[in-house]
Each structure stands twice: as C-alpha cells, then as structure tokens.
Design a protein around this ligand. Structure first.
Ligand code: ADP
Ligand code: MG
Length: 141
C-alpha cells in the first residue's frame, strides 16, 4: 500500500465532548501521524463547499448547520494506507451500526452528528486538504 495523506476531521459534537486524548491515541496506535492540525469553526458556506458532493441529499441543510455549529479539529494524517486506515478506525457512518471499538461507536452521537470525517479516495483527500489547508506547505512525517 502507498504512503498517503488523508483529511481527518473531529466534528463539533466530539470536540464538545472534550475527548481528544483517546482519538490521538488511536491515531498513533494505527501508525498514522498528524502532519497538519488546526481547530476552527467552519462557516456555513465553508461547510457547504466541503460537503458539496452531498448537496442534493435531503439532509444537506441540517448537516451543514451541524458542521458549522461549533469548533472542529481538522487534520492531515499521513502514513501507509492512511485513507483506508483512518476510515477503518472510524467505523460505519452510523455510530449505531459501527463495530465495537471504532471511534464513531465510542464517541459519535448519531448518523448525522457522527463525530468524525475521513476522505474516501486519493482524489477527495487532495481536494479536502487543499480546501481546508489552502496554500500550506505541509512538511512530510
Ligand atoms: P461518510 O462520512 O461515512 O463517508 P457519507 O459520505 O455518506 O458518509 O455522508 C457524509 C456525512 O453526512 C456523514 O458523515 C454524516 O455526517 C452525514 N450523513 C450521512 N448519511 C446521513 C443521513 N441518512 N442522515 C443525516 N446525515 C447523514
Ligand atoms: Mg463520505
């Protein structure tokens, strides 16, 4: 598997729960390294741009309201198979259906406020990293 970068986000529901410690432990134990990190509150229009692929879905308005409702932690994670590994750590989109021990199962709230985002392919990772870390020179791990 290739060395990759993925855009990882700790969404506002989990930031509010103040449980960054176990999240970073899971990242480290999976052999991933945060190479860029920032905490910010997305505007509604930033959230809409980030989730533009979902704009036709019925939950788009509520989803982007939630995503801009409080601070989020944005990260670029780097490592072998980073995209798949991070999504594996997250578990299924719906925390209620996620495997025991996954981050969404442990800390997610519901299918919408599911705690975390992870890019799903190299192309989306490149878009999302450029969108949320524009013009940044990210030093490799
Ligand atoms: P994932 O984040 O696992 O890649 P999707 O790309 O399908 O999932 O959906 C993007 C985000 O939209 C999810 O992380 C979740 O916050 C929200 N979402 C997905 N499905 C629903 C749904 N049925 N109702 C409300 N929100 C949803
Ligand atoms: Mg997705």
């Amino acid at each position: 598997m290739a060395r990759e970068r993925t855009l990882a986000m700790i969404k506002p529901d989990v930031v509010k729960k103040n449980v960054l410690g176990p999240v970073f432990t899971a990242i480290e134990e999976a052999g991933l390294r945060p190479v860029a990190l920032r905490r910010t509150q997305l505007s509604k229009s930033q959230a809409e741009g980030f989730y533009a692929v979902h704009r036709q879905r019925p939950f788009f308005g509520e989803l982007t309201e939630f995503m801009s409702s409080g601070p989020a932690v944005l990260m670029v994670l780097e490592g072998e198979d980073a995209i798949g590994r991070w999504r594996e750590l997250l578990g299924a989109t719906n925390p209620a259906e996620a495997v025991d021990g996954t981050l969404r199962k442990r800390f997610g709230t519901n299918i919408q406020c599911n705690g975390f985002h992870g890019s799903d392919a190299p192309e989306t990772a490149a878009f999302e990293i450029g969108y949320l870390f524009p013009g940044m020179d990210i030093v490799p791990a």
